[in-house]
Design a binder for this molecule. Sequence first.
Ligand code: AMP
Ligand code: MG
Length: 403
Amino acid sequence: MSPNTSLLTVEQAQAFLLAQARPVSDIESIETSSALGRVLAVPLCATVNVPPLDNSAMDGYAVHAADLNPAGETRLPLVQRIIAGCLGQTLVRGTAARIFTGAAIPSGADAVVMQEHCTAEAGAVVVHRAVPKGENIRRTGEDIAVGSTVLAAGVRFRPQEMGVAASIGLATVPVFRRLRVAVFFTGNEIVMPGQPLAEGQIYNSNRTTLLGLLAALGADVIDLGIVPDELAPTVEVLRLAAAQADVVITSGGVSVGEEDYVKAAVAQQGALTMWKVNMKPGKPLAFGRVGDAFFLGLPGNPVSAMITFCLFARPFLLRCQGAVATAPLTLPVAADFDWPKASKRREFLRAKLDQNMVSLYPHQGSGVLTSVAWADGLVELREHVAIARGQPVTFIPFSELLG
Ligand code: AMP
Ligand code: MG
């Protein structure tokens, strides 16, 4: 890798990063109930059927469907009562069993009539209508058949995948270990919240935003704090970071100014690729390696830092975490704004969604962090495209980018 300043499209930069990503190899076993956001390392194969036996989908009466009069009512002697968790006796032809949701279907029965269609009498039930064979029966293995693969390796656990793993009896699941991400923040002007702000200084908002983004991805974060705009301390912290982490992420110091030392430090300690991505906000993006660690240098402007994280660092980190799927779902929505002058760059605009129409925050500056706090997501406008109100645009909800 050699430093370069080529202008890449968003897709080229994303594809390059994904191709470089190397999933962690360490696997650990964790409690299924703690697996939220973790990535499954091995396919999960069912050793049981779900449901494990034919059971009733309703509170009602188990019958033999052929015993029911297709033209009218049928009175059947009520011979047993089967509650969930208990097994009934074989149902004799011409009789019915009271049965409850989740209870095992007795052999001999082939349908359940819901109780709303029946009238209970002393020792009998009057069934008001005929039902087809199989009515209200949940079949053995209809959800999951024994031997089938229920979750593929590389799946990220949402609550529903956790539930599926539990449904096949797994108290623990094998997942990739958490990714270790070291972060530091460059700038002589950067001050931690809680400290007094001298003239010329600005609070470090990127740290807090980034810690939130990384927490949502389930990363273990090593926070190395603020580094001044000088080469020696930048090199020192970079080496410290690379020695402990899978990925080092920084903000600031990667523009073309002579006070930007991150690039120089990475180039000196490892290998650096610098890009200008043809997008707004957040043109400069640095990628490289220092020792065994990957390096990602985000721009310093708070909106640029967050958006480049979401678009580039997030898929890269997910892939390093072992996840297969990394792309956010996007929505086609109608523009509630005019964009008369086509931009040469891909634009990611802070936008709010209302009734399938998106409107833009009035101040789209790359330092206006309140625009991101106001927004529900980003409108992605392709290069060289003007938009008139009502035309379709692509919307990326933050729910797809944060976590
Ligand atoms: P840089 O990329 O270092 O040239 O920084 C670009 C702009 O982002 C400058 O106005 C910086 O003051 C600002 N900035 C850089 N780092 C941070 C940070 N951690 N928090 C808030 N603003 C920052
Ligand atoms: Mg700076």
